[in-house]
Design a protein around this ligand. Structure first.
Ligand SMILES: Cc1cc2nc3c(=O)[nH]c(=O)nc-3n(C[C@H](O)[C@H](O)[C@H](O)COP(=O)(O)OP(=O)(O)OC[C@H]3O[C@@H](n4cnc5c(N)ncnc54)[C@H](O)[C@@H]3O)c2cc1C
Length: 421
């Protein structure tokens, strides 16, 4: 980790194409980056989004499966300043959510720079500016907003023998539809929302999913008495302590789903909301997989001991043959791979802000984070509004001053594109 003192002594290497950005640089054009940009524009602050992919909301466009619907009701998934169309259903589909993101970007005239993967971003203590490097450019700004998401990279678990398997192995981020697995025996590793939904989708194509539930998991019905379980929890939390709300949710889940332990889905000792707050682990909101588990169409297996050429050996000694393996093993942040120097001090080694919600959005030296709250799109909205207010105040106080003058004084910029004058 480089300190500012070290930096002062180093010779500053500058990429040939250097751009001075008028306003903050936002890394990532997912819902969080778009929300931050939209809120900033409301305060009269321009911004530049750098996106490694070729489109906005790339997670939703490229790395989610066809049947995906928002897990939470639409009222909890709206971004600031622009509502979902009134004819959207309670749980919008992936396609509807993408069309909402597109209309959001167009409403606020957001035009990210695509195919700009940020490889390194570092605060330059000499100039007091952020230097952000992509494969072919260097961008410089007073502010850096990290919006690369909690789900930037798939987590690939270490499973003994996985490399020996002859069939297809893929992560859920590459899974599109069960149609590719018709009549196959499929090992689904992981029993979170993705593992459950992929297993459900596989059954619709006559595949035979075996879902590995190594860890404990809270399964809750998506709705109770016609109201979303999430809304009920939010409402109850206004009046009752968290422990009571957890107990009521578990009672409701028991009445609606029965004892999930008997199907191999052991519940954690902590309640669902407590667990979410402490570890970030989201409860599974059941959309139909549980009834297929009960009927035996989805088989729940204990942990995998070993994978071999055409099958798997399980912890309980069973052995089964499989055609394909789907890893529903979640995602991780990629911040530590590109945010260097003082900036990374603000993040844990897992790439999450060290300061928890609701105060994790602001670091120091003009560094901000949006969408790292473990609270989905609601957390994104809250961060984006706060960041825009904070930067907007500074921006308007200093009369829209750009960083360029500072750069000229402190750094010798050798630019071929947009010279810092
Ligand atoms: C399957 C699934 C379903 C979900 N359903 C819901 C739901 O119903 N409700 C809810 O509230 N939340 C949901 N979430 C959680 C979360 O709200 C979404 O993941 C949401 O997309 C997060 O937005 P984001 O912009 O923070 O991150 P992302 O959508 O991941 O966007 C980050 C962007 O940053 C880009 N990027 C990453 N690294 C770099 C780099 N180095 N340089 C440049 N660009 C980079 C990526 O390409 C990506 O476009 C779901 C998540 C998943 C995975």
């Amino acid at each position: 980790m480089g300190s500012c003192e070290d930096q002062g002594k180093q010779e500053i290497k500058i990429l040939p194409k250097c751009m001075c950005v008028h306003g903050p640089i936002i890394v990532g054009a997912g819902p969080s980056g778009l929300a931050a940009s939209a809120c900033l524009s409301r305060h009269g602050v321009p911004s530049l989004i750098l996106e490694k992919s070729d489109c906005i909301a790339s997670l939703w466009q490229h790395r989610t499966y066809d049947r995906l619907k928002l897990h939470l009701p639409r009222d909890f998934c709206q971004l600031p300043l622009h509502r979902f169309p009134s004819d959207f259903p309670k749980y919008p589909s992936r396609h509807q959510f993408i069309s909402y993101m597109e209309s959001y970007a167009s409403r606020f005239s957001i035009h990210p720079k695509f195919k700009q993967a940020v490889l390194k971003a570092e605060f330059d203590c000499v100039s007091g500016l952020w230097r952000v490097q992509t494969q072919d450019h260097e961008y410089i700004s007073r502010w850096l907003i990290v919006a690369t998401g909690e789900n930037a990279e798939p987590v690939i678990p270490e499973v003994s023998g996985l490399d020996k398997f002859n069939g297809r192995i893929l992560h859920t981020s590459d899974y599109k539809s069960g149609s590719e697995f018709k009549n196959q025996k499929v090992l689904v590793v992981g029993c979170g929302n993705s593992g459950m939904e992929v297993s459900l989708d596989l059954c619709r194509y006559n595949a035979i999913p075996h879902m590995v539930a190594r860890n404990t998991v809270h399964v809750l019905p998506r709705e109770m008495i016609g109201i979303s379980t999430f809304s009920i929890a939010v409402w109850l939390l206004k009046y009752l302590p968290l422990k009571w709300v957890d107990r009521l949710l578990l009672l409701g889940a028991y009445l609606k789903l029965g004892n999930t332990d008997q199907f191999g889905l052991r519940r954690p000792k902590s309640g669902p909301i407590e667990l979410k707050n402490v570890t970030g682990r989201t409860p599974v909101l059941d959309v139909g997989a549980l009834s297929l588990i009960k009927s035996g169409k989805i088989k729940v297996m204990e942990g995998v001991k070993e994978i071999y050429r055409n099958g798997a050996r399980f912890m309980d000694g069973q052995e089964k043959e499989f055609d394909s393996i789907i890893l529903a093993t979640g995602y991780k942040s990629n911040v530590p791979t590109w945010l260097k120097g003082q900036g990374c001090d603000y993040f844990t080694k897992d790439g999450m802000p060290k300061i928890p919600f609701p105060n994790g959005w602001k670091a120091k030296n003009g560094l901000y984070t949006v969408g790292f709250t473990r609270r989905g799109l609601q957390g994104t909205a809250s961060d984006a509004v706060r960041i825009a207010q904070d930067i907007g105040d500074e921006w308007n106080k200093h009369n829209n001053c750009c960083c360029c003058k500072k750069i000229q004084v402190k750094i010798q910029v050798n630019s071929t594109e947009e010279r810092c004058k």
